[in-house]
Write a protein that binds this ligand. Structure first.
Ligand SMILES: CCCCCCCCCCCCCCCCCCCCCCCCCCCCCC(=O)SCCNC(=O)CCNC(=O)[C@H](O)C(C)(C)COP(=O)(O)OP(=O)(O)OC[C@H]1O[C@@H](n2cnc3c(N)ncnc32)[C@H](O)[C@@H]1OP(=O)(O)O
Ligand SMILES: NC(=O)C1=CN([C@@H]2O[C@H](COP(=O)(O)OP(=O)(O)OC[C@H]3O[C@@H](n4cnc5c(N)ncnc54)[C@H](OP(=O)(O)O)[C@@H]3O)[C@@H](O)[C@H]2O)C=CC1
Length: 515
């Protein structure tokens, strides 16, 4: 019997960010392994014209939850969606709902955040710092609360090279920033933002670091733990391999590569690609929830959910495997054949951007214009290049994250818990994982049918022929122009032709002699 699964039985669990990538997988695993849990409260806002109920309905009826419905047929009754907007005062939660949350919650998993790298400082602070403070304040009024699990990111201290499982102080107190945002206007905030974030690469990682400081300062006598995942990727094993549902992190780039838009990336091939499967993160979260509530460590423990120091894989290996998978399982209607290289050199990267990205987009847009259609490829390409440049910081560096606490926790688990809540990334086979990942992107994200693979392969063959034809035509045109304008090119041309002629004559003569 799993101790962790039993622990969550009968519990009331509050999850923020439950409609996000991590939150959905967390709910799925909780329902599947502890179907006797009492209730999961989720703080949700209406979005994209959908009410709370419609959003929950959509999640529960997705492929991700198919297994859950077998184990926990009354899953609908065990989810309680509460209207909340984390960027508002008191989260805009009604009095009755707030009362219920305060009096019933046993465990909190705080996943909600803005993960956009380019968010405004005001919004990012509101969500990643102020909302965390507000939730801690709520937690301190919950008499039945056993553990508060805060999800941060392994990159919250990415301005350091070696990162321990400790909370590092930020140069400016979070409270000072929160207070000043109240009276400063937006233009001034955006002006001071670069000075505040100093050597952090973006507002996201900076505000996540502030969020951790808030956790430390406002922890009072709560049982708190912080989990820091690195780059969260598709599921490894559970509930099935390769599940993924948004275009964040590597996902968007994998699509762009598979469709042939992205054919070169400014990346350091030997840098560690610190990906961590989402189900591994969720297993660690549930184990940490149990450990924090039952063992009540004296201080706030930080757990790294990273792969680099236990089972490293670099970007080169990852890129090669992504491309190898596209050979076997191509994406439909590719713009060009998937091919690319990683370069860490600025000049080479600019060259590839011009030749491999912008030029084909401009040519294709000319073709669209000539055929009476609206040009769009340059816009798409600019968007992809902008995204790639935002991620560049993370694919050109390696970090060392220590994992003492995570390994300590692993050793505390019973063999059954180590199996059911496996977060030992040493068992991960990267090649297999990446293949399933790419397949998952095709199936679950792009919703492409596997029956379309032969047609997709045919399409790639056509693209290859067009590519050869185009290159040959281009070569002939350039050469013709050169010959017309330069004596030197003409001399080279006559030299080559006469050399070939002599070679052929010699070859013919020697074969006649043999006869
Ligand atoms: C020796 C050489 C060997 C060579 C070997 C061969 C090499 C082969 C190479 C192949 C090439 C590549 C293969 C792929 C291999 C994998 C590469 C992986 C690189 C992975 C890098 C990952 C780094 C992640 C770092 C994470 C660090 C922290 C992690 C976290 O804690 S949180 C999660 C991270 N957060 C995010 O990822 C959010 C990032 N997104 C944003 O901040 C914003 O979206 C934005 C990028 C700033 C863009 O903002 P905009 O306002 O401009 O746009 P908007 O968001 O409204 O979207 C507009 C349209 O763009 C689409 N889009 C958005 N995001 C992405 C994306 N990530 N990728 C692609 N497209 C994206 C969006 O859908 C919109 O489209 P539309 O609706 O159609 O308009
Ligand atoms: N994905 C990754 O690679 C990594 C993620 N993390 C951390 O993991 C956590 C979860 O990330 P992930 O699931 O990927 O992110 P998502 O963007 O998929 O999910 C974010 C969640 O936060 C919710 N949210 C955002 N703003 C509000 C708001 N104003 N009110 C209520 N809810 C809101 C979103 O709700 P809605 O659906 O309504 O938008 C969504 O449920 C974050 O804390 C992130 O920092 C850490 C490392 C890596």
């Amino acid at each position: 019997m799993s101790m962790i699964a039993a622990f969550y039985g009968g519990k009331s669990i509050l999850i923020t960010g439950a409609t996000g990538f991590l939150g959905k997988v967390l709910m799925e695993k909780l329902f599947r392994t502890s179907p006797d849990l009492k209730v999961i409260y989720i703080l949700v806002r209406p979005k994209a014209g959908q009410t709370l109920q419609q959003r929950v309905f959509q999640i529960l009826n997705s492929k991700l939850f198919e297994k859950v419905k077998e184990v926990c047929p009354n899953v609908h009754e065990k989810i309680r969606a509460i209207y909340a907007d984390l960027s508002q005062n008191d989260f805009a939660i009604s009095k009755e709902d707030m009362q219920e949350l305060l009096s019933c919650t046993n465990i909190i998993f705080h996943c909600a955040a803005t993960v956009r790298f380019d968010d405004t400082l005001r919004h990012a602070v509101q969500l990643n710092v102020t909302a965390t403070r507000q939730l801690l304040l709520m937690a301190s009024q919950m008499p039945k609360l056993e553990a508060f699990i805060h999800i941060s990111t392994a990159y919250s201290n990415c301005n350091l090279k070696h990162i321990d499982e400790v909370i590092y102080p930020c140069p400016v107190e979070p409270k000072k920033i929160i207070d000043s945002l109240e009276w400063l206007d937006d233009a001034i905030i955006e002006e001071i933002a670069p000075k505040l974030i100093r050597d952090w690469p973006n507002i996201y990682t900076y505000t996540k670091a502030l969020g951790e400081m808030v956790v430390q300062q406002e922890s009072r006598n709560l049982n708190i733990a912080i989990i820091r995942p690195s780059i969260v990727g598709a599921t490894w094993q559970e509930p099935f391999p390769g599940w993924v549902d948004n275009i964040n992190g590597p996902n968007g780039l994998i699509i762009a590569a598979g469709k042939g838009f992205l054919r070169a990336l400014k990346a350091t091939p030997k840098a560690v690609a610190d990906l961590i499967p989402v189900d591994t993160v969720v297993n660690l979260m549930l184990a940490v929830g149990w450990y924090t509530a039952v063992h009540r460590p004296k201080s706030t423990l930080v757990y790294h959910s990273t792969s680099g120091n236990l089972n490293p894989c670099n970007w080169h290996k990852m890129g090669v495997q992504v491309l190898a998978t596209f050979e076997k399982i191509p994406l439909e209607r590719a713009f060009r054949r998937p091919y690319a290289n990683f370069t860490s050199n600025n000049f080479t990267s600019q060259y590839w951007n011009a030749v491999s990205h912008r030029a084909p987009a401009i040519i294709y847009d000319c073709y669209l214009r000539l055929t009476g259609r609206k040009p769009r490829m340059t816009k798409v390409m600019n968007q992809i290049l902008r995204t790639a440049s935002m991620l560049e910081y993370f694919i050109n560096r390696s970090w060392e994250w220590s994992t003492y606490n995570t390994e300590m926790l692993m050793s505390e688990l019973s063999p059954e818990d180590q199996r059911v809540f496996n977060f030992d990334v040493r068992q991960l086979n990267w090649l297999e994982y990446i293949e399933n990942y790419v397949l998952g992107v095709k199936k679950y994200l792009l919703k492409e049918d596997m029956a379309g693979i032969p047609e997709a392969k045919q399409h790639l063959k056509r693209l290859r022929n067009i590519h050869y034809l185009f290159n040959t035509a281009l070569f002939l045109i350039v050469w013709r122009l050169l010959i017309a304008r330069s004596q030197m090119a003409r001399n080279v041309w006559f030299f080559i032709v006469s050399f070939c002629y002599k070679f052929l004559s010699y070859f013919r003569a020697s074969s006649t002699l043999k006869v």
